[in-house]
Design a protein around this ligand. Structure first.
Ligand SMILES: [Zn+2]
Length: 489
């Protein structure tokens, strides 16, 4: 009889691709799932999973929290692979190199970054592949302007080289440069179509929010898919659509029925978060989203921004500071329903939009564990998956457990998709697939992070394995574990 390195015994195995949902033993050796069996398997180590769900590890398409501390919080929320696809990183090789040298608890990967490539050309920056490159210059108008054809060609050429360096697609933060000519967006989408990798868009303003927008943000995404043939992934439909989510999803549905490839994601929170200098947070534009300065709160500070003058001052002096933007009241069922409709839309992925942790003292300490009171973030960083399983599955019953698992695993694996063969071994509990596994208690799994206690990690994720190694064991983080591997195209 074969003896495996590790056997998870008698868990309820959910494998979305084959539809398996039954009690099985799972045998793991060499970081790979070797057997999924209804017969008892023999292991050097055995872990009893009776009463627990054994699921593919969760795959987050949208994390900006790419350091060790962020990975740990996400591990305790069931995540095994974190991907920075919306903002992306430019140059992508620098981002990969940094993570490889330092080591990471979870698997990781990056798209290239249209916005940072654009900043590097129009602002003459040397960029390091870190999100700070973007945040430091987020509010400068020189990078947000329409550019002549030769400049666009140069930007597209830079992105193409980054795709050659293993980027997983192209992150397009067009919503942060909302006056860029629509032809540039199409040129970037055409590049993605040419190389067979997706784009990941933070959409431009919807026409309901800005009647003067050069193009409606949702129309732009779906048209690009139809006109160029690119796979367009529509990031956080909840936070860019707010109360217009049905119109936006209707458009997506329509072009998909016509054969275009548009995919979506959402997260279960009513507040967004971004750099306070973002174009769409200008005081004179807030009313378009039904917001006031008081809808905005700075991360790590008490209370909300009192008035427009204060907001103007903060945007000037610290444009990269993270700010909560309270868009919908998630405790009001009618308002939460807008968010829920985005999360339950056909084949929508659950994705966090996790933000980097901030240390209030100004002395970052990403390697310390447990996190002290100095560390803060958006609660979605720590709680998106626990909250989805608690609210949508257990409390509201709008997703079955296997369907929720599918949206956290197989759906995102398939979004990253055909151009990235490594993803075909993820999001699945099948022999030959990577032993990235999340073992959780379906009756109690829950988020614990709130807007005031932002880094409280989720509970009920009992074991989390990355490449067969425990990153979470018996609900405790394993601080020495750095088994994360790079995911490249
Ligand atoms: Zn975004």
């Amino acid at each position: 009889m074969t003896t495996y390195d590790l056997v998870l015994t008698r868990g309820r195995v959910i494998d979305p691709e084959t539809g398996l949902d039954a009690v099985r033993d799972v045998g793991v050796s060499g970081g790979v799932i070797q057997a999924v069996s209804d017969q008892p398997l023999d292991g050097v180590t055995t872990v009893d999973a009776t009463g627990l769900v054994v699921s593919p590890g969760f795959i987050d398409l949208h994390s900006h929290s790419m350091d060790v501390a962020g990975h740990r919080l996400q591990a305790l929320d069931g995540v095994t692979t974190v991907l920075e696809l919306e903002a992306g990183a430019y140059p992508v090789a620098a981002a990969y190199r940094r993570a490889e040298i330092e080591g990471r608890p979870l698997n990781y990967g990056f798209a290239t970054s249209w916005a940072v490539a654009r900043m590097s050309v129009l602002l003459g920056l040397d960029t390091s592949g870190d999100l700070d490159d973007f945040l430091a210059h987020i509010g400068r108008e020189e990078w947000q302007r329409a550019a002549p054809r030769n400049v666009v060609d140069r930007i597209v050429g830079m992105l193409e080289r980054d795709l050659g360096d293993g980027a997983l697609g192209i992150g397009i933060l067009i919503g942060y440069a909302p006056r860029v000519d629509p032809s540039e967006y199409l040129a970037v989408a055409a590049l993605a179509a040419r190389v067979g990798l997706p784009t990941y868009t933070h959409a431009r303003e919807l026409v309901e929010m800005d009647p003067t927008t050069p193009v409606d943000g949702a129309e732009e995404v779906v048209r690009a898919a139809a006109e160029t043939g690119a796979h367009m992934h529509y990031c956080h439909v909840n936070s860019t659509s707010i109360r217009h989510v049905d119109r936006v999803l209707g458009l997506v549905e329509k072009v998909r029925a016509e054969g275009s490839r548009v995919t979506t994601e959402a997260y279960p929170y009513g507040a967004g978060m971004t750099g306070v200098g973002a174009a769409f947070l200008a005081p004179e534009l807030l009313h378009r989203r039904g917001l006031t300065p008081h809808s905005i709160g700075l991360l790590g500070a008490e209370g909300r921004v009192p008035d427009a003058d204060t907001l103007r001052r903060i945007r000037e002096s610290e444009p990269g500071s993270a700010a909560f933007v309270h868009l919908l009241d998630e405790d009001d069922p009618a308002q939460f329903d807008y968010i829920q409709r985005a999360l339950t839309f056909t084949d929508a992925a659950v994705a966090t939009d996790a933000v980097p942790l901030l240390w209030r003292s100004g002395a970052p300490d990403p390697l310390s564990w447990p996190l002290g009171p100095d560390a803060v973030t958006h609660p979605r960083t720590a709680g998106t998956y626990g909250r989805t399983l608690r609210r949508l599955v257990r409390e509201n019953g709008v997703l079955s457990l296997p369907e929720a698992v599918r949206r956290c695993t197989l759906v995102p694996a398939d979004v990253v998709g055909s151009g990235v063969p490594a993803m075909r071994r993820k999001g699945r509990v099948q022999a030959g697939c990577d032993a990235d596994l999340t073992v959780f208690a379906p009756e109690t799994v829950s988020d614990r992070a709130t807007y005031t206690e932002t880094v409280r990690h989720s509970s009920g994720f009992v074991h989390v394995l990355v490449g067969g190694q425990f990153v979470v064991r018996d609900e405790h983080l394993v601080p020495t574990a750095l088994p994360g591997r790079v995911v490249r195209a």
